[in-house]
Design a protein around this ligand. Structure first.
Ligand code: MSP
Length: 530
């Protein structure tokens, strides 16, 4: 069984008789623009506000934010539209409200606010935060529902199966198991309790789209990243038992991506389709089959890329509110600082391959490097010789460790761009870290603070290190926006020179250098090396 989440009795049924077809046609006419100049539209999944956010949710947000911020510095003239929000209908929410003895709306108001706060705290640059209980969303859902019903793609039927409220999902006999330790059967995949459920519900004729979806994924193999997720889907589509699926609240949830661009109003059509949809691997199937089928039915272009990320685990299990093995992202950011947490997520989890388990290197590689290079001793020694600019320095040939640093730095912009193009956030960050590590090594080797090193050599080290900081500072903006801004401010880099264009060696300038604290958080790093 592929598609999950049934419509609970309290979920509003979205049917209205008012025709909006003319508006839809106008919307579609403008919606087919998928060229590079189209505004960049990126989405995260919308979060269930059934419990407080955990670190796994922050991961979806940070991943999407890195791409949003990278696009802003790569294409400064391109509009970036970035959606996140909360998914407020469904049994999961009802049950959580009931357990606390409050109304679902009260629960959603409180917890949705926490997800909004999480985004603000973590410097997530979303441009829209949408709640599925908002009137504008209801209008979009009604519109999609009417369009699908008019094509006889939605019908009433009954469905029986093993239902997990926690996963909002039906399972088949072969997908569940009976554990001696558990009173109820559980899902083999997630370990969540299931119960037998039989109900009359809406179904969607997914089977009508089987061929077109297979064709689409054959001709657009890069539309799901990493590709392992696409391979896993291909067996899912043709299974005969899966031809028709119960119509669940996923329909409501997935429509949020349309609501987010102002659908069904006409003016906003140029934002569609999403360029990147960041999703956890648990919800690939909904985004890779159900959403495209809905869009095909609507005659709308499909998302360019589904970027599926791995899960954060604790005690070898997916971190999950239902299991209770969650880490509090607010605590983590209070303890380590926002950028340290963002950095860690991108560095360790950003490979989109394996599940992840923490470390802290950016403070030493960047913070310490900055402290060493801006120390008074070095500044005094540099001031004692005739002043050179970095561009003048480039006329001299640098050798030894400095030469190696310069050549790595020259390649950095291209390398970062290439990795981001391939959605390898972790590799992009790796490339930046590698240059910083090499530059730290070269600095230790040259020891410009030591009286053994001639002041001229100190100046070379100084100018080269500033260029390293300028270029890496630009490249680090998507990952650790606050520390990168502090760094670029401290270096006096003009605002107009903080884009990827200026990340080429010698392409931008530094101004008067000021010493500042780059990172927030309780953990301080000792300045070292001299
Ligand atoms: N409401 C649905 C999504 C609807 S999108 C139209 C949902 N919500 S969720 O709150 O359960 O999860 C939201 C996102 O957080 C998903 O991308 C999910 O994969 C991610 N994570 C939830 N737990 C996670 C981890 N332990 N680790 C990493 N991300 C995980 O699904």
């Amino acid at each position: 069984m592929l598609f999950c989440r049934k419509i609970p009795t309290r979920t509003p049924i979205y049917i209205s008789c008012r025709s909006r077809l003319p508006a839809l046609c106008r919307f579609l006419a403008t919606a087919t623009d998928t060229s590079a100049s189209k505004p960049f539209y990126i989405t995260t999944p919308i979060f269930y506000p059934n419990a407080a956010p955990h670190i796994g949710h922050l991961y979806s947000l940070v991943t999407a934010d890195i791409f949003a911020r990278f696009t802003r510095i790569s294409e400064p003239d391109r509009l970036v539209h970035f959606l996140t929000g909360t998914d407020e209908h469904g049994l999961k929410i009802q049950k959580a409200a009931k357990d606390r003895g409050i109304e679902p709306a009260v629960l959603c108001d409180a917890l949705s606010e926490q997800f909004r706060r999480l985004g603000n705290r973590a410097n997530i640059s979303n441009t829209v935060f949408l709640r599925t209980t908002e009137a504008r969303h209801r209008e979009a859902v009604e519109h999609v529902w009417r369009t699908l019903t008019a094509q006889d793609l939605i019908y009433k039927g009954t469905y029986s199966g093993w239902y997990s409220i926690s996963d909002e999902c039906f399972y088949t006999d072969s997908q569940i198991t009976h554990l001696p330790s558990s009173l109820t059967p559980v899902s083999i995949e997630t370990g969540s309790a299931v119960e037998w459920s039989s109900e009359s519900n809406y179904k969607f004729r997914l089977s009508s789209f089987q061929e077109r979806l297979l064709d689409y994924y054959t001709t657009n193999p890069k539309s799901i990243y990493p590709s392992a997720h696409r391979e896993r889907l291909s067996w899912g589509i043709p299974v005969p038992g899966d031809m028709s699926h119960t119509m669940y609240v996923w329909f409501d949830a997935l429509t949020v991506y349309l609501t987010g661009v102002g659908f069904p109003a006409e003016q906003q059509g140029s934002l569609w389709p999403p360029n990147i949809q960041v999703i956890g691997k648990d919800i690939v199937r909904f985004h890779a089959l159900y959403l495209p089928a809905m869009l095909l039915a609507m005659g709308m272009p499909l998302s360019h890329t589904l970027l599926a990320h791995a899960h954060w685990t604790a005690q070898q299990r997916k971190m999950s509110k239902s299991i209770g093995n969650v880490a509090d992202p607010f605590d983590a950011m209070d303890t380590w600082g926002v950028d340290a947490v963002r950095f860690y997520m991108a560095r360790v989890g950003g490979r989109f391959r394996d599940d992840v388990a923490l470390q802290d290197e950016i403070r030493s590689l960047l913070g310490n490097f900055f402290l060493r290079i801006t120390s008074r001793t070095i500044q005094k020694r540099v001031a004692s010789v005739p002043q050179l600019t970095f561009v003048q320095l480039l006329d001299q040939s640098l050798d030894g460790p400095n030469g190696d640093v310069l050549s790595s730095l020259r390649n950095l912009k291209g390398r970062v761009e290439q990795c981001m193009e391939k959605f390898e956030v972790g590799d992009a960050l790796d490339a930046i870290i590698l240059v910083l590590r090499e530059a730290n090594g070269a600095l230790t080797h040259t020891a410009p603070w030591s009286i053994q090193s001639p002041p001229e050599a100190a100046q070379v080290s100084y100018l080269l290190s500033l260029e390293v900081l300028r270029v890496t500072g630009i490249c680090l903006q998507p990952f650790i926006p606050e520390a990168a801004r502090n760094l670029l401010d401290a270096l006096g880099v003009p605002k107009a020179e903080r884009n990827m264009d200026a990340a080429a060696v010698g392409k931008g300038s530094v101004g008067e250098v000021k010493g500042v604290k780059l990172f927030e958080g309780k953990r301080e790093i000792a300045s070292g090396g001299q």
